[in-house]
Design a protein around this ligand. Structure first.
Ligand SMILES: [Zn+2]
Length: 580
């Protein structure tokens, strides 16, 4: 696509290959475009370059169509015609496009001009290694195995989603019940926690069965693709070119050394504040001083919520505030919780018009502020990199995308006073945020290390798996008093949906948080420089390898204790200064 000046309100990116009136819901109209690309010669670097541009344009049009159907559906879950359009796309269009896209990737791999293009700079070299990995891993015989795994995951989702608990005269989903675990009254918390745990335990064996069916399928997928084990397969599939499994295990060691003692200190303080003899599993979510929840804005004050978030961004950099304002003027924010909206929050990039869209369910809570800062960071990333012509190079690897978002939470946490007149409340908000950051690392280490063990011990017995889980819990997790609830401790992993749906996909958040915290530290020394580096790194999109994206942001791509310890110490000191 070519960038040209356009009237205000219209995209400056226009189509040169895809017909203006293409109906992306109609596969019979899309297919000839793919066929034309498959038939076109790509013998010279010029031909290949032009061809890649057209593949990117067609992909962007289809991605944006799918994104818009998804956004529509999440904003109006009760509209059947919207749901129909979305399902038509994911069930009838997308699955037919995937194999065609793969054939395009194969065609690229066979082009005699590939080496010449790769020599033209890192952009193409990056694209080349990504597509080479996709083509190398693809096996026809794995397609039905992937479908089988998806079916098992649906079974897991259905089992988890069907859990309803009768509590004090009413029926609740487990998500609804969770708010009772934040109640000041300890007896209420305990009863709610036990009700929820007992319900999960009813299906414990069923979930174990699902997991044990998934494991051999995954091993087979890896073997079919010629990989030594499933972990090696995932490494390549997730394009983890710049770090190894050993780096992740070292990261876990660093967390045990530098982070776990700080969590122990936080636990001691929590125990003292709550005035309890031992911390029990239902004591971790409640405010330690039994105060009511923070209210940064009222549920209906969406404009105020946007204005104040913009003020925070403005304090970081006027440019970020301007970027954020474009989301409002382009109507790319849907923030307020209302009936008929899907739960959760996300940022979605519209790849043809190259605009970011932010969705969330703001209810006037402190975590809403953190969510909007987070999704705002993703939006800045998209805006900064949107001039990259190839959609396949526009977004960075996940490990860096989350640096973009988590940095905004970390830097923004210094400015929570924008939302609270009372300094003590701003401090409390910051404290709860920072505590969450620290407590995440050990949990991440458990989930990641558990999977390293799982996929390097094929054919292990159920008891061995449980023993390994308990070993990791004892190494990393808060030292809670589980007496009488040993079965809940043993099966806590079953709640982590990533273990089922996206194996190994979790360490990314830890890697990114390390980056965000480094930026937070740098911003304390020199805020202008930190933000300038942040923006410069975001603008690179996905055109550089991970270590270079980190270094462009002025931070180290390193997960050893050398990087982690000073960050944890700084967080620990900051928390020691803040009131409970
Ligand atoms: Zn994110």
């Amino acid at each position: 696509m070519v960038a040209t000046a356009a009237p205000a309100g219209k995209s400056i990116y226009r189509r040169t290959f895809v017909p203006q009136d293409l109906d992306a819901a109609d596969f019979s109209k899309i297919e000839p475009l793919y066929k034309a690309l498959l038939d076109r010669p790509v013998e010279t670097p010029e031909q290949l370059e032009k061809w890649l541009g057209d593949v990117s344009e067609l992909s962007s049009v289809i991605y944006e169509y799918g994104s818009r159907r998804y956004i529509d559906k999440s904003c109006h879950t009760d509209d059947t015609s919207i749901e129909k359009a979305y399902l038509h796309f994911v069930e009838n269009v997308e699955p037919q496009i995937k194999p065609l896209h793969f054939r395009l990737q194969q065609k690229y791999m066979q082009s005699p001009a590939r080496a010449a293009l790769r020599g033209k700079g890192t952009r193409y070299a990056i694209l080349d290694r990504k597509w080479a990995a996709d083509v190398e891993l693809f096996r026809e015989e794995n397609v039905p195995l992937e479908t089988e795994a998806t079916k098992l995951n649906n079974e897991y989702d259905k089992t988890m989603g069907a859990m309803i608990v009768h509590f004090r005269g009413k029926d609740y989903t487990l998500q609804q019940l969770a708010r009772f675990i934040e109640e000041p009254d300890r007896k209420t918390r305990q009863e709610a926690w036990e009700a929820s745990t007992n319900r999960r335990l009813q299906d414990r064996e069923k979930v174990e069965d699902v997991y044990e069916k998934l494991l051999p399928i995954r091993e087979k997928i890896a073997r079919n693709a010629g990989m030594s084990d499933y972990r090696a397969f995932v490494w390549k599939e997730n394009k983890r070119f710049d770090y190894t499994p050993q780096d992740c295990l070292k990261f876990a060691d660093a967390i045990a050394q530098a982070c776990v003692p700080i969590v122990a200190e936080l636990d001691r303080r929590r125990q003292k504040d709550l005035g309890v003899e031992t911390l029990r599993p239902w004591d971790l979510s409640v405010d330690p001083k039994n105060r009511p929840a923070l209210r940064p804005f009222k549920e209906t004050e969406t404009d105020l919520f946007i204005d104040k978030t913009k003020t925070i961004f403005h304090r970081l950099s006027p440019q970020l505030a301007d970027d954020f304002e474009t989301l409002r003027t382009r109507r790319n924010l849907d923030l307020q919780s209302r009936k008929g909206k899907q739960p959760g929050g996300y940022q979605c990039s519209l790849e043809e018009s190259r605009e970011p869209f932010v969705f969330m369910n703001a209810a006037g809570l402190q975590r809403d502020v953190e969510t909007l800062l987070h999704e705002g960071g993703h939006a800045f990333h998209h805006l900064a990199a949107r001039d990259e012509p190839l959609v396949f190079l526009r977004s960075a690897p996940m490990e860096f995308c989350e640096v973009a978002s988590m940095s905004m939470e970390a830097l923004g946490s210094e400015h929570f006073d924008v939302f609270y007149d009372n300094a003590a409340e701003a401090a409390r908000a910051k404290r709860s945020y920072l505590e969450g950051v620290i407590r995440f690392f050990p949990w991440m280490a458990i989930i990641d290390s558990f999977q390293h063990w799982i996929y390097t011990h094929p054919g292990h017995a159920r008891q061995q798996r449980t023993a390994e889980w308990l070993r990791l819990m004892d190494r990393f997790y808060s030292k809670l008093d589980w007496s009488g609830h040993e079965a809940a401790k043993e099966s806590l992993w079953q709640r982590q949906l990533h273990l089922f749906h996206a194996p190994f996909y979790y360490v990314e958040y830890g890697i990114a948080q390390l980056g965000a915290l480094q930026l937070w530290m740098k911003a304390k020394e020199d805020p202008r420089k930190a933000i300038a580096n942040y923006r410069a790194a975001l603008a690179l999109g996905g055109t550089k390898p991970l270590p270079e994206l980190f270094s462009a942001a002025g931070i180290a791509f390193d997960f050893s204790e050398k990087t982690l310890r000073p960050l944890m110490n700084a967080l620990g000191e900051e928390l020691a200064r803040l009131p409970s």
